[in-house]
Design a protein around this ligand. Structure first.
Ligand code: FE2
Length: 355
């Protein structure tokens, strides 16, 4: 067999994670973005006992993705525990999740609503319940199941191992507090956010003139995240980073451009419920075209000092991976101004001074 044919065959092999999805009957969504997680097509997944799909987009790269799932009206999903981390975002409906461990049999109940975010602590038993007899619940969990399944390749281990991580969760009654406590660098430690739209963010004009953010760290996870807002008539400076950042749109409308250095733009339009995942090392810009600010939730792989040392908050002029406006492809701004004109939204940025 010629060498390139052999290597093509080698690189086309399915990952252990995607083999698991096929065998387990978990439907997979691919591409660069999902237009609306609230309406994405789902298929019954017996393991959870409800409709679900796995969003394993181009930028997931075998690390992190999103399970989008439903709890039918008046129903509960099966009790579950798992050796992967997940952050659960409620997209529609109301209900509650119960948590319990082998040592503390008495369950702890957390009630939630659209916009709530929480993270079942690693391998803690839990069950999601719909609180309505008439409306389904739709939720999305950003998780590192691909990474964990690609390493262990054993569904029985991932979903059925009795180990308790008591250093993360030991049945504390106040565990799901919504208090934002100081964490590493500018991050906040918090285990329950009742409503993502109500969280106060910090202004960071150095990353974009209308840009605010707050780093969040839930349930002692290796995964991390942030909430960000981009004001109307502005866009964030482009940057590059590692794989697997799951960006879910909470409010506002717009689009993102993503491109590999020297390559073509991939455009993803977004609105509340959209998901996009920039591939590793690709530049990406987020452009707000609505009259209101856009708000995004980004949940990321984490893993300090693993892989390429990307520095998305440091200017390329200082050796980092944040693209200054004067260095961005000139057609980007012209395209944005034309998009705003179509929407009747004023442009609110300073002109670019190119040297
Ligand atoms: Fe990013």
């Amino acid at each position: 067999m010629p060498l390139d044919e052999a290597s093509a065959k080698r690189y086309a092999r399915k990952s252990a994670f995607l083999e698991f999805c096929a065998k387990d009957g978990l439907s997979v969504i691919t591409g660069y973005g999902v237009e609306d997680l609230k309406t994405a097509a789902l298929k019954h997944w017996e393991r959870w006992g409800g409709p679900a799909a796995y969003c394993h987009l181009e930028g997931s790269q075998g690390f992190v993705g999103v399970i989008v799932a439903e709890i039918p009206a008046g129903k509960s999903l099966k009790p579950m525990r798992h050796m992967y981390e997940e952050q659960v975002l409620i997209l529609a409906g109301r209900g509650a999740t119960q948590f319990w461990s082998d040592s503390s049999k008495e369950p702890m109940t957390l009630e939630w609503q659209p916009g709530s975010l929480f993270s079942p602590p690693l391998n803690v038993k839990h069950q999601h319940h719909n609180g309505s007899a008439t409306e389904p619940v739709r939720f999305a969990t950003a998780n590192n199941l691909p990474l964990i399944m690609n390493v262990y390749n054993s569904p029985d281990f991932v979903f059925n191992v009795p180990y308790e991580f008591t250093d993360r969760f030991a049945g504390q009654k106040d565990f799901f507090s919504s208090e934002l406590k100081p964490g590493e660098e500018e991050d906040r430690v918090v285990n329950f956010i009742p409503d993502l739209t109500a969280v106060q963010l910090d202004y960071h004009p150095e990353r974009g003139i209308g840009y605010s953010r707050l780093g969040i760290h839930l349930s002692g996870n290796s995964m991390v995240g942030h909430i960000m807002a981009i004001e109307s008539g502005t866009y964030k400076k482009a940057h590059r980073h590692g794989p697997g950042a799951q960006v879910i749109v909470i409010a506002g409308k717009g689009y993102s451009l993503m491109w590999p250095p020297g390559g073509k733009f991939v455009r993803v339009n977004w609105k509340p419920g959209s998901l996009l995942v920039p591939p590793e090392g690709w530049y990406h810009h987020h452009f707000t075209t609505s009259k209101e600010s856009a708000r995004h939730l980004a949940l990321r792989r984490g893993l300090r000092q693993v892989g390429h040392p990307w520095r998305p908050n440091l200017s390329e002029h200082e050796g980092g991976h944040l693209l200054e406006h004067e260095d961005e492809p000139p057609e980007i701004r012209a395209m944005y101004e034309a998009e705003l004109k179509k929407e009747g939204v004023p442009f609110r940025m300073n002109p670019i001074e190119r040297t």
